[in-house]
Design a protein around this ligand. Structure first.
Ligand code: FAD
Length: 372
C-alpha cells in the first residue's frame, strides 16, 4: 500500500512518452522563477525544476497556495460524515435513497454498488470547535465496526428503518470525514507569466459530496486539458510544443471554471436542502417539493449536472470560436472592412447554431450549463 503522503511526479518525454513516477514526496513549496521555470521543493529537502506543474494535490493543495495566495480559504461546513461499504447485507438497496431525521439531524444517502454490496454516507452536524480534521480519513477494520455500530444504535433509537441500519452492521470498510467549502471559488486556476502552474481536480474546486461529482469534475478537467493539449500543443511532426500552452490554459479556465463553479454551487445547495430535511418545520413542505420534482423528472434535476456533459465537445466549440476570431482578426488587418463570411464558413456557422440550440435545449431539460 502506498502512503497517504505520496507524491506522483510526471515526466513526459512527448513522442515516445516515458512516464516516471516518484512516490512518497510531499510538496512543501513552489517557486516560479523569472525565467518561467518552476522549482518544486519537497518536505524531504529535495527539489525539482520543471517547465510545467499540474497541481493535482487535492482539497488542501499546496500548489493552490501559489496560484491563489490568501485570496481563498477552506471553511468547515459544520457537517461530518461516516461513509462505508457494506457487504452481504440481508436488505439490499434498490436505487438511491436519501433518508433523514429531524431528531438527530442525520441526513444520508444509500445506494447499491454491486450484487451484494452497497454504499452508505451518513452525515450529521457537529459544532465547528469539535470538528477535528486530524481524525478524518480511513478507519481500521475494528474502528469501522465500532463507529458504525454506535451510529446504528443511535439511528435505531431515532426510529430509522432497518433497511438503513443493517448496512451499518455489515460494514467492511469505512471512512470518517468532514467537509469544507472553498470561499470564494477561484477565478483563475493558473499562475505565472506563461501559465505554467495549473490546478486540476479538488485542488481547483474542492467539493462538498452531495451530488457525487467531485471525482467526475476532476476527470473532466483532465480530459479537457488533454484534449486541448492534443489540439494546440502538438506540432506537425507530432511533437509536444509549449508555444500555445498559455492559450490552452486560457481555454481550459474558460471552459472549466464556470461549469465547476455551477456544480459546486448545486452541491452546496443540495447539502443545505439535505440539512433542512432534518428540520421539523421545513421538512413537510420540502418533502412535498422533492416528491413533485422526482415525479416530474424521474430524479432531482439538480443531480443531472454531469450526465449530459461531453468535455471534448466543449473544447471543440471553444476552439472553433477561437479560430473564427483569429480568422476575423486576420481579415480585418489584411482587408479592413471586408468581413463577409465564405459559403463554407456560413455552412459551418449554421451547423454550429443548430448544435448550440440543441445543447441549450438539453441544458434546459437536463440542467447542464448552456454552452458548457
Ligand atoms: C466521503 C466522500 C464521498 C465522495 N463521494 C463522491 C462520489 O460519489 N462521486 C464523486 O465523483 N466524488 C466523490 N467524492 C469526491 C472525490 O473523492 C474527490 O473529488 C476526488 O478524489 C478528487 O480527486 P483529486 O485527484 O483531485 O484529489 P485527491 O483524490 O484528494 O488526490 C490528491 C492526492 O494528492 C496528494 N497530496 C496532498 N497534498 C500533497 C502534497 N503537499 N504533496 C504531494 N501530494 C499531496 C494526496 O495524498 C492525494 O494522493 C467524495 C469524497 C468524499 C470525502
Amino acid at each position: 500500500m502506498i502512503e497517504w503522503r505520496q507524491f506522483s511526479f510526471l515526466l513526459a518525454r512527448f513522442g515516445t512518452v516515458t512516464l516516471l513516477f516518484h512516490f512518497c514526496k510531499a510538496t512543501k513549496d513552489v517557486v516560479v522563477r523569472d525565467d518561467g521555470l518552476v522549482d518544486v521543493l519537497f518536505e524531504d529537502g529535495s527539489q525539482r525544476t520543471t517547465q510545467l506543474l499540474f497541481g493535482c494535490d487535492g482539497a488542501h493543495s499546496k500548489v493552490r497556495e501559489v496560484v491563489a495566495g490568501d485570496a481563498t480559504s477552506l471553511e468547515y461546513t459544520g457537517v461530518t460524515c461516516l461513509m462505508g461499504i457494506a457487504e452481504n447485507c440481508p436488505i439490499q438497496q434498490e436505487g438511491i435513497s436519501f433518508p433523514s431525521s429531524h431528531t438527530t439531524g442525520c441526513h444520508s444517502v444509500y445506494f447499491p454498488t454491486g450484487p451484494n454490496e452497497q454504499c452508505f454516507q451518513v452525515h450529521w452536524p457537529i459544532p465547528v470547535e469539535q470538528a477535528n480534521s486530524g481524525n478524518w480519513g480511513n478507519l481500521t477494520d475494528t474502528m469501522s465496526k465500532q463507529e458504525c455500530q454506535a451510529l446504528a444504535k443511535r439511528l435505531e433509537q431515532d426510529g430509522w428503518h432497518p433497511r438503513f441500519i443493517e448496512p451499518l452492521n455489515h460494514v467492511t470498510h469505512a471512512v470518517r470525514v468532514g467537509f469544507a467549502l472553498m470561499k470564494p471559488s477561484l477565478k483563475k486556476w493558473s499562475y505565472g507569466k506563461n501559465k505554467r502552474v495549473v490546478l486540476v481536480g479538488d485542488a481547483a474546486h474542492p467539493p462538498v459530496p452531495y451530488i457525487g461529482q467531485g471525482a467526475q469534475m476532476g476527470i473532466e478537467d483532465a480530459g479537457t486539458m488533454a484534449w486541448l493539449l492534443k489540439k494546440l500543443c502538438v506540432d506537425s511532426k507530432g511533437n509536444f510544443t509549449l508555444e500555445n500552452f498559455g492559450k490552452a490554459v486560457e481555454l481550459y479556465e474558460k471552459i472549466r471554471i464556470p461549469r465547476t463553479s455551477h456544480i459546486s454551487e448545486c452541491s452546496e445547495e443540495m447539502g443545505k436542502m439535505q440539512e433542512l430535511r432534518g428540520d421539523v418545520d421545513a421538512r413537510d413542505s420540502l418533502e412535498f417539493m422533492i416528491q413533485g420534482e422526482v415525479m416530474m423528472n424521474g430524479a432531482l434535476p439538480i443531480m443531472f449536472q454531469g450526465v449530459s456533459h461531453h468535455y471534448q465537445k466543449s473544447v471543440d466549440r471553444e476552439l472553433r470560436k477561437f479560430e473564427l476570431e483569429e480568422q476575423r482578426n486576420a481579415v480585418s488587418v489584411d482587408m479592413p472592412g471586408v468581413l463577409e463570411p465564405s459559403d463554407a464558413e456560413r455552412k459551418r456557422n449554421a451547423q454550429r447554431e443548430e448544435e448550440e440550440m440543441r445543447e441549450a435545449f438539453e441544458a434546459m431539460m437536463y440542467g447542464t450549463v448552456a454552452g458548457q
